[in-house]
Design a protein around this ligand. Structure first.
Ligand SMILES: [Fe+2]
Ligand SMILES: [Fe+2]
Length: 264
C-alpha cells in the first residue's frame, strides 16, 4: 500500500499547490491513500469545513492536526465524528475528539493517530498530555483491532523528542511522521524494527517565505523585537513537501521517501 502524507498545507498557496500537483504525484507514485496536515489550511490557522471539502476535491482523503487545529470552531463537530476523516491531536485536551480514527481505504482500514509533542510556547488554556504515555494508552486500547496500517503523526518542536518518538514506536506502528517545523529533514528511513520515520516532512505553500509567512514581517521581529502579526506570503514559487510510505501487509513499512516539488 502506498500512503502519501503531505506536510502542513499553509493557506491558499498551500491549497493551490495541492490543487496543481496532487494528481500528478498520485499517478507518479501509484498512491492509494492521501493524508495531509491541516492545521494551517485556512490562512495559517486551523481548517474550515469549506476548505476541507475543497481539499477533498483535490484528492486528499484524510486530515491530521496540530497546535492550531482547535482554533476553527466550525471543525469541532467533525473532529468528534468518527465518520469524518479529520483528526486532531490526541493529547491537547482543548481539541475535541479522541485524536485517532480508522479510515477505510481501497487496501483496507488504516488507523491514523495525531499526537502533539512539546510545542513552544504554549498559549493560555493549552496543556499537553505526555505523548509517550498517551501513545502507549492509545495503542493498547486498539490492540487486536484488525487494520492494514497504523500511521502516527507527531507534531512537535524539539528534535530530540521527534527522533526518540520514532525510536520508541519502532516495530509497533507502520510510520511515525514528524511535522510542525515547516522545514523538511533529510533523515527519512526505515528504523531497525520496520517502522518508517522522518523527523519533519516540511510544509506546502509559499517557498520564498519564512515558514509560509512574509519574510518582511519576520525580520523586524528577530532584528528589532517588533511584535507584529503574521501575514501569509501568497506569491509563487510554491513548494510541495510530502513523504510516500510503502507497506506490505502487517505493521511494517518497506520504504519511505521524501517528495519535494516546486510550482514556479
Ligand atoms: Fe504548521
Ligand atoms: Fe504546528
Amino acid at each position: 500500500m502506498n500512503i502519501l502524507y503531505i506536510g502542513d498545507i499553509m493557506g491558499e498557496p498551500g491549497r493551490e499547490a495541492v490543487h496543481l500537483l496532487l494528481n500528478e504525484v498520485k499517478d507518479e507514485y501509484a498512491v492509494d491513500f492521501v493524508i495531509a496536515q491541516a492545521e494551517n489550511v485556512s490562512h495559517g490557522v486551523g481548517m474550515t469545513p469549506q476548505h476541507m471539502v475543497e481539499l477533498q476535491g483535490y484528492g486528499v482523503d484524510a486530515f491530521t492536526g496540530g497546535n492550531h487545529t482547535y482554533k476553527k470552531s466550525g471543525l469541532h463537530d467533525l473532529l468528534k465524528d468518527d465518520s469524518s476523516p479529520v483528526i486532531g491531536p490526541a493529547n491537547l485536551p482543548i481539541t475535541p475528539g479522541k485524536g485517532y480514527k480508522y479510515i477505510d481505504t481501497p487496501k483496507g482500514k488504516v488507523l491514523i493517530i495525531s499526537i502533539l509533542g512539546t510545542i513552544f510556547p504554549l498559549k493560555d488554556g493549552e496543556s499537553i498530555e505526555n505523548p509517550l504515555q498517551k501513545i502507549d494508552y492509545i495503542l493498547e486500547s486498539q490492540k487486536g483491532i484488525k487494520r492494514t496500517a497504523t500511521i502516527v503523526i507527531f507534531h512537535a518542536d524539539w528534535s530530540s523528542e521527534k527522533v526518540v518518538f520514532g525510536q520508541y514506536l519502532d516495530g509497533r506502528v507502520t510510520a511515525v511522521i514528524g511535522d510542525h517545523w515547516h522545514v523538511p529533514t533529510a533523515d527519512a528511513r526505515i528504523l531497525p524494527k520496520g517502522t518508517a520515520h522522518i523527523t519533519d516532512v516540511g510544509m506546502t505553500g509559499a517557498l520564498e517565505s519564512c515558514l509560509g509567512v512574509r519574510t518582511d514581517r519576520i525580520i523586524p521581529r528577530w532584528r528589532d523585537g517588533v511584535r507584529n502579526k503574521n501575514d501569509l506570503e501568497d506569491a509563487r514559487p510554491w513548494q510541495f513537501n510530502a513523504v510516500l510510505v510503502t507497506s506490505s501487509s502487517g505493521t511494517n513499512a518497506t520504504s519511505i521517501i521524501h517528495i519535494h516539488k516546486v510550482v514556479e
